[in-house]
Ligand binder design. Structure first.
Ligand code: ZN
Length: 217
């Protein structure tokens, strides 16, 4: 099966992606990971992508689409995609690929959270300057490294608000594209494991229609 994971920064999307990946036994790939992997391939395409990204270029729809298509064609049991499709053009492309490769329709999971809650969450995060671990539980020091935690520049309130606004603007048309019929929304204000339980509960009926959990898509 193909799971599309949507959610703003701070919604816990990364954590849920890891939990789902373990539970479903399929890889969770972020667009960033896919691009970095593709840029390491010793092919003319890989080298071109690498120099494009190294020059600070963003991946175009064409680049992201080509990479996702390749991964979908290779995926044996399915994929969780985190950060794709990011644009309407990518969403339409994905539907074409799914039809061409005769895969089951993707399931879109959307973690919803209020911006103010996310600002508080992200602005409250601290990082250990030594081991780079991120703490979100109000800790003041890293016990492993015995140093005081610091706030990352990325997590200042202003930067967080800006990231959330960009996310909302970019993602709105894609979420609309999937619509209520193809998308399941979740309240991401809850504890991680509570959110995960509701994701499992929502996916179980869908899994049933594919026979077994690990059956091809
Ligand atoms: Zn540390």
């Amino acid at each position: 099966m193909i799971v599309l994971l949507f959610g703003p920064p701070g919604s816990g999307k990364g954590t849920q992606g890891r939990l789902l990946s373990k539970w479903l036994g399929i890889p969770c790939l972020s667009t960033g990971d896919l691009l970095r992997a593709a840029a390491e391939e010793p092919t003319p395409g890989g080298r071109a992508l690498k120099s494009h990204l190294a020059a600070g270029g963003y991946a175009t729809d064409v680049m992201a689409n080509a990479i996702v298509r390749k991964r979908l064609a290779q995926a044996r049991h399915g994929l969780i995609l985190d950060g794709y499709p990011r644009t309407l053009a990518q969403a339409e492309y994905l539907d074409d690929v799914v039809a061409t490769l005769e895969l089951a329709e993707p399931v879109a999971l959307h973690l919803r959270a209020e911006s103010e809650v996310l600002v508080d969450r992200l602005a409250g995060r601290r990082q250990c300057p030594a081991c780079l671990r991120i703490f979100s539980n109000g800790a003041h020091e890293c016990k492993d490294c015995d140093v005081s935690l610091v706030r990352r520049d990325d997590d200042s309130q202003e930067t967080v608000r800006e990231r959330l606004e960009i996310y909302a603007r970019v993602t709105a048309p894609v979420l609309e594209y999937y619509g209520p019929a193809r998308r399941i929304d979740f309240d991401a204000h809850r504890a991680e494991l509570e959110v995960f339980s509701s994701l499992q509960a929502a996916l179980e009926p869908v899994l049933g229609s594919y026979g077994t959990l690990r059956k091809r898509y």
